[in-house]
Design a protein around this ligand. Structure first.
Ligand SMILES: *Cc1c(COP(=O)(O)O)cnc(C)c1O
Length: 361
């Protein structure tokens, strides 16, 4: 059985080399006679695995000793509530740029804590089809939170936004984490569910500036306390051991690939194949996003009718291309082209799209 071209939005495609390496290690990890799933998270071998994953994340983003990297349970969604618990003290206001479902969910968690939210900018007026270019902070902002890639709508920040020096920038990078170089020093806190771009589900990766971390609350329940997790090297309790091992393999793959600049080059080439077909289709395929904010990761488009969309998705599947149905909230089609999607998968989809139009346009 051949592997399919996997356009799933998440959990999503992983590098085949990584899957094969994990397979080779699965029953007997490096001659230890057991699997990573069966080993103590306190063993020196596991310590090496988690340390290597942490170091690789730091190398990939060029992080110095003033940053920490955490691997925590609960996915990106738990960070929605942990961030305000840790970093939103009495008298301060959480500021958000609202670009869709994920920022809405993040804001809802702040409100559930009974804490204040200010929407500094929003693209809700146009169904989240663009990224706001200006924003207005509240008085006493605790931080500004952005979602750098909007998985459902297909928008992506092309710049790392400027914030006043005393306002920490927090970013949900779940769906474009490690997909391109960024200006890391603009951020204080970055988080991502692993299952889009860098591993299987079960873990959130957090990059946090240590001086920002030190400003956090400390009287929190243990599992919700970032400083406690940091002090314990993400080993306060049993972490998602196997997921972290897989993340480590993917990060090594990214480094071997040539790092973020090379990864971005490849991501741009993949996206271009597909957007070029959309733009040359005389409106048969309609992109749902203003061109300047189009995501390299999640390419969203409509066909002339829902009937044709369903046919498109089912015909694509017959041709070995899966995961092209849009998110249930918005409908349409979506091709997620994360780091590990091979170039030829995007090429094949673009060719399929041209042929489909010829036959049905
Ligand atoms: C998928 C996704 C989430 C949710 O991630 P979980 O790990 O399932 O909690 C949050 N934000 C963005 C941008 C996402 O794409």
């Amino acid at each position: 059985m051949e592997r399919v071209h996997n356009f799933n939005a998440g959990p999503a495609v992983l590098p085949e080399e990584v899957l094969r390496e994990a397979q080779a290690d699965l029953v007997n990890y490096k001659g230890m006679g057991l699997s990573v799933m069966e080993m103590s998270h306190r063993s020196k071998e596991y310590e090496a695995i988690i340390n290597e994953a942490r170091d690789a994340a730091k190398r990939i983003y060029g992080l110095g000793d003033d940053w920490d990297v955490l691997f925590l349970h609960g996915g990106a969604s738990l960070q929605f509530v942990m961030i305000p618990m840790n970093f939103l003290p009495e008298g301060k206001i959480a500021n958000f740029i609202h670009t869709g479902v994920w920022s809405k969910k993040a804001m809802a968690e702040v409100k559930k804590l009974g804490k204040p939210v200010h929407i500094a900018a929003s693209s809700e007026d146009k169904s989240f089809s663009y990224i706001p270019k200006t924003y207005q902070l509240s008085d006493n902002p605790a931080y500004l939170h952005i979602t750098t890639n909007n998985t459902i709508y297909g928008t992506e920040w092309k710049i790392d936004p400027d914030v006043p020096k005393d306002v920490p920038l927090i970013a949900d990078m779940s769906s474009n984490f490690m997909s391109k170089p960024i200006d890391i020093n603009k951020y204080s806190f970055i988080y991502a569910g692993a299952q889009k771009n860098i591993g299987p589900a079960g873990c959130a990766v957090i990059l946090v500036k240590k001086d920002f971390l030190a400003t956090g609350a400390t009287n929190l329940p243990s599992m919700l306390d970032y400083q406690l997790h940091s002090k314990n090297g993400s080993l306060y309790n049993t972490p998602p051991c196997f997921t972290i091992y897989m993340i480590g393999l993917v990060l090594k793959w990214i480094e071997n690939y040539g790092g973020l600049a090379k990864i971005e080059e490849n991501n741009k080439a993949k996206a271009k194949y597909i957007y070029d077909v959309i733009d040359a289709s005389n409106g048969f395929y309609r992109g749902t996003v203003v061109p300047e904010d189009r995501s390299l990761m999640n390419i969203t488009f409509r066909l002339p009718s829902e009937e044709l969309e369903n046919l498109f998705i089912s015909e694509a599947k017959k041709n070995g291309m899966i995961g092209l149905k849009g998110h249930r909230d918005v409908g349409g089609c979506r091709a997620s082209c994360y780091n590990a999607l091979p170039l030829n998968a995007a090429y094949d989809l673009a060719e399929f799209m041209k042929n489909f139009q010829k036959q049905n346009g």
